[in-house]
Design a protein around this ligand. Structure first.
Ligand code: PAN
Ligand code: ZN
Length: 247
């Protein structure tokens, strides 16, 4: 019961991660059609999501404290950290900085949940996350993540698209830029030494799962300094990768 109470607190303490608006619509599935133990039931009404111990016809199963909503990628439970980036946080990220500055700085561009079962930087471990990029554009450029190289350049990463339409924009260290279209179910392997960024080209949230080494780290500074050499623009309704100097 102590552990369950702690899980609930962890879940409830994330008011600025706007589940209600951005995530709830696609959740609400009965993730596990099992019955929570009597003890869990009495101490917590939402126990079916968190129950450590569940009883099936065959046997008692022990669950760990974290669940992934398989439809949306939304994470709840233990060891989850959450962050969000608004238009106000993304100065000089989009090509049309004047257009960005005119827009509401409180507008959420993307949110990230990360399941970090080990300390950041731990060699040999893994992190697991879900990114949620909102639909929108700044001066014809699709809402996107800041993008980064991994601090340990050799570290790769898996992305998979859960919901929505978008693109994974990639750039090698020589500045060559390309993209892979994303749709629900598409799997994307990002090799080491490749900068990566998500863009939402649709009109619903783009939800993407990710798994990366816990010692990969993030190098945002290289992108802040040099940017990507191409930008994904809405050209007459068609997502088009426009190379630098080609606009
Ligand atoms: C992802 C990204 C996430 C947010 O988890 O961190 O999509 O993008 P930025 O970190 O570029 O703001 C990942 O690639 N982790 O390594
Ligand atoms: Zn990464």
């Amino acid at each position: 019961p102590h552990r369950l109470r702690r899980l609930h607190r962890a879940h409830d303490r994330a008011p600025d991660f706007d589940r209600g608006r951005h995530w709830a619509g696609c959740a609400g599935v009965d993730l596990i059609p099992l019955v929570a133990s009597a003890e869990a039931k009495s101490s917590a009404p939402k126990a079916q999501y968190y129950a450590e111990t569940v009883q099936t016809k065959e046997k008692k199963l022990t669950m760990n404290g974290t669940m992934v909503d398989l439809l949306s990628g939304y994470l709840r439970g233990d060891n989850i950290s959450e962050s969000k980036r608004t238009l106000g946080d993304l100065k000089n990220v989009f090509q049309d900085e004047a257009a960005r500055a005119q827009m509401n700085p409180a507008t959420i561009v993307y949110e990230v949940q990360s399941h970090m079962a080990v300390k950041d930087g731990t060699p040999g471990g893994l992190f697991f996350g879900t990114s949620n990029v909102m639909p929108g554009q700044v001066g014809g450029e699709y809402f996107m993540t800041k993008g980064h190289y991994h601090a340990r350049r050799e570290c790769g990463e898996y992305y998979w698209c859960i919901q929505g339409m978008g693109a994974l924009i990639l750039m090698d260290e020589s500045g060559k830029c390309w993209f892979e279209p994303m749709q629900p179910g598409s799997l994307h392997y990002i090799p080491g030494y490749i900068a990566h960024r998500l863009a939402n080209t649709g009109d619903t949230p783009l939800r993407v799962g990710a798994c990366w080494p816990s010692d990969a780290g993030h190098d945002y500074a290289s992108i802040a300094e040099h940017g990507f050499t191409a930008r994904l623009m809405n050209v007459g309704g068609v997502p088009t990768l426009v190379q630098e100097g080609q606009a």
